[in-house]
Design a protein around this ligand. Structure first.
Ligand code: NMX
Ligand code: MLT
Length: 471
C-alpha cells in the first residue's frame, strides 16, 4: 500500500497524473500521458531507487523484529507456515486467495485493460502491474504487447534441441529443453562474464526476462504442434495480443478460446513466493543464475504431480470417471469413485492446498467463465458435481487441511471444451503463464540486491539433542 501511495505522490509532483476514483482502499489507478510512460523499462528505472531505499530502511529499523517461532513440526512439515521469503509481486491470503500487487482476481478483471470491452484481462497488463505496482492504461499495454512481439523470434537451434527428443517425451520435458536452449542468448550471463557492476544487474535481467516471457508461447506452441499436429508451426499474428497470439500459434482462433487463454495466462502467473515453481526459480536465481536457467529449474518443479502437473492429472482422472461410469454419473456413484481413488493410496487431484483454506478464487473465476460460455458441457457439469461431492469426503478423512478445489480442478474442462483435449500438455500452459510472475519478481530480486538463499539444515540427531536440552 505504501508503494501505491508513494508512486502516486511522486507522479502528482510531476503534475502529469490524472487520478481515477479508487475501486478499493488499496487500489490507485493512474493515467499517465507522456511518451516515456509507455515504456515499461523507464517506469521501472524510476521506481527502483525508491524501493531500494525502502528495503534499506526496513533492514535498519526492523531488522531484529521476530516474525514467529520455528517449530520442529515446521522443519519436518515442508516449512508450512514459516515466513522466509521476500516476494513483492503477489501475496496469498489463506481465506481470500491471491492478490496481485494488492488486487484480487475480480479486481484485476475490472481494472486491467482487455482486448474488447468487458473482456478478460490482457496478461501484458498483469505483467505491467506485477512489475510496477501500477495498473496500466490500454496504450501502455498495447506498447508492451508490441515490445513482446518484437522479442518473440525463436532461434532455429531451439527447435533443433526440442527435435532431438523423442516426440513421445513428456511435453514439459520438451518445453524445458526449449527454455534451456534459449539460455544461450542470455544477456545477463554475457554481462556477468564481462564484469558488470552489481548495481546494474537488474538491467540485463530485465532484458532476459522480457525476451523469455515473449518467447515461451512460441516454444510451447511448437511442442504442441510437434506432438499433436505433425509439427506444422503457425507463425505469430502481429495484430494479436500475447494471450490471443498464444491461442493462435497453438491452432485455436475462436474468440472465446482467445479470451480463455487471456484469463488462463493472467490467473496462473503468480502465487506469492513459496510455491514450488516460484520458490525454485527464486532460489536458483539467488546464485546469480540467469533468468533462463532459473525459470527452467522452476519448470522442473512445476512438472511434479502435487504442483502444476495436477492440471493434467485432473482431466485424466475425470476422463477415467467418464470411461467407467459415463458422463451422467450420479453423486452416489461419484462418491464411490472418490473413495476408490483414496483407498488405492492416491490423492484426489485438484483438491487441497498448502496455504489456501477456502475455494481457490482461480477456480471460481474459471467456474464463472464456464457458467457464461459452456454451462451445458457434460464435463463442466461433472466438475460442478465434484465440487459438491469431494470436500465432505476429504473432510471425513480427518487429516486434509483444505478440502476445497484449487486452480487445477477446473482448467482442463475449459480447454477440453474448446478442443485442446491433450491433457498431458496442460502443465506447459501453466508454465507459460508462470514465466510472467517468476521473471517479474526476479527483476526485483536483482534490483533490490537480494542475497544468495541458503537456509540452515539439521539432522535428526541434532533435533533430538536440541529438543532434549530445551525440554
Ligand atoms: N486427496 C487426498 N489426500 C489429500 C489431499 C487430496 N486432494 N490433499 C491433502 N491430502 C492429504 C495429504 O496427502 C496428507 O496425507 P499424509 O499425511 O498421509 O501424507 C494430508 O492430507 C495432509 O495434507 P495437507 O496438510 O492438507 O496438504 P499439504 O499442504 O501437505 O499438500 C497438496 C497440499 C496440494 C500437495 C495436497 O492437497 C494434494 O496433494 N492435493 C492434490 C494434488 C493437487 O491438486 N495439487 C495441485 C496444487 C495446486 N497447484 O497447482 O500447485
Ligand atoms: C500455485 O499456483 O503455485 C499453486 O497453487 C501452489 C501453491 O501456491 O503452493
Amino acid at each position: 500500500m505504501v508503494f501505491y501511495r508513494s508512486v502516486s505522490l511522486l507522479s502528482k509532483l510531476r503534475n502529469r497524473v490524472v487520478q481515477q476514483p479508487s475501486l478499493s482502499n488499496s487500489v490507485r489507478w493512474l493515467q499517465i500521458q507522456t511518451s516515456s510512460d509507455l515504456d515499461l523499462h523507464s517506469q521501472l528505472k524510476e521506481l527502483i531507487p525508491e524501493q531500494q531505499e525502502r528495503l534499506k530502511k526496513i533492514k535498519s529499523e526492523y531488522g531484529k523484529v521476530q516474525l514467529g517461532n520455528i517449530t520442529v513440526d515446521m522443519v519436518l512439515g515442508g516449512m508450512r507456515g514459516m515466513t522466509g521469503l521476500l516476494w513483492e509481486t503477489s501475496l496469498l491470503d489463506p481465506d481470500e486467495g491471491i492478490r496481485f500487487r494488492g488486487l484480487s482476481i475480480p479486481e484485476c478483471q475490472k481494472v486491467l485493460p482487455a482486448a474488447k470491452p468487458g473482456g478478460e484481462p490482457l496478461p501484458e497488463g498483469l505483467l505491467w502491474l506485477l512489475l510496477t505496482g501500477k495498473v496500466p492504461n490500454k496504450e501502455q499495454v498495447d506498447a508492451l504487447s508490441k515490445e513482446l512481439r518484437s522479442r518473440a523470434t525463436i532461434p532455429d537451434h531451439v527447435y533443433k534441441a526440442i527435435d532431438a527428443l523423442p516426440v513421445t517425451a513428456h511435453p514439459m520435458t520438451q518445453f524445458t529443453t526449449g527454455v534451456m536452449a534459449l539460455q544461450v542468448q542470455s544477456e545477463f550471463s554475457k554481462a556477468y562474464e564481462k564484469g558488470i557492476h552489481k548495481s546494474k544487474y537488474w538491467e540485463p535481467t530485465y532484458e532476459d526476462s522480457l525476451s523469455l516471457i515473449a518467447q515461451v508461447p512460441a516454444v510451447a506452441a511448437y511442442v504442441y504442434r510437434r506432438m499433436y499436429k505433425n509439427g506444422e508451426r503457425i507463425p505469430m499474428d502481429d495484430s494479436l495480443d500475447y494471450g490471443g497470439n498464444f491461442a493462435h500459434m497453438l491452432g485455436f482462433d475462436g474468440p472465446e478460446m482467445q479470451e480463455l487463454m487471456r484469463l488462463y495466462v493472467t490467473i496462473h502467473s503468480d502465487h506469492e513466493g513459496g510455491n514450488v515453481s516460484a520458490h525454485t526459480g527464486h532460489l536458483v536465481a539467488s546464485a546469480l543464475s540467469d533468468p533462463y536457467l532459473s525459470f527452467a529449474a522452476a519448470l522442473n518443479g512445476l512438472a511434479g504431480p502435487l504442483h502444476g502437473l495436477a492440471n493434467q492429472e485432473v482431466l485424466l482422472w475425470i476422463k477415467s470417471v467418464v470411461d467407467e461410469c459415463g458422463e451422467n454419473i450420479t453423486k452416489d456413484q461419484l462418491k464411490d469413485y472418490v473413495w476408490k481413488t483414496l483407498n488405492s493410496g492416491k490423492v484426489v487431484p485438484g483438491f487441497g492446498h498448502g496455504v489456501l483454506r477456502k475455494t481457490d478464487p482461480r477456480y471460481m473465476c474459471q467456474r464463472e467463465f464456464a457458467l457464461k460460455h459452456l454451462p451445458n458441457d457434460p464435463l463442466f457439469q461433472l466438475v460442478s458435481k465434484l465440487y459438491d461431492v469431494v470436500p465432505p469426503i476429504l473432510t471425513e478423512l480427518g487429516k486434509v487441511k483444505n478440502p476445497w478445489p484449487n486452480v487445477d480442478a477446473h482448467s482442463g474442462v475449459l480447454l477440453n471444451y474448446y478442443g485442446l483435449t491433450e491433457a498431458r500438455y496442460y502443465t506447459v500452459l501453466f508454465g507459460v503463464s508462470r514465466a510472467i510472475g517468476i521473471c517479474s519478481q526476479l527483476i526485483w530480486d536483482r534490483a533490490l540486491g537480494l542475497p544468495l538463499e541458503r537456509p540452515k539444515s539439521v539432522t535428526m540427531e541434532w533435533l533430538e539433542n536440541h529438543c532434549k536440552k530445551s525440554a
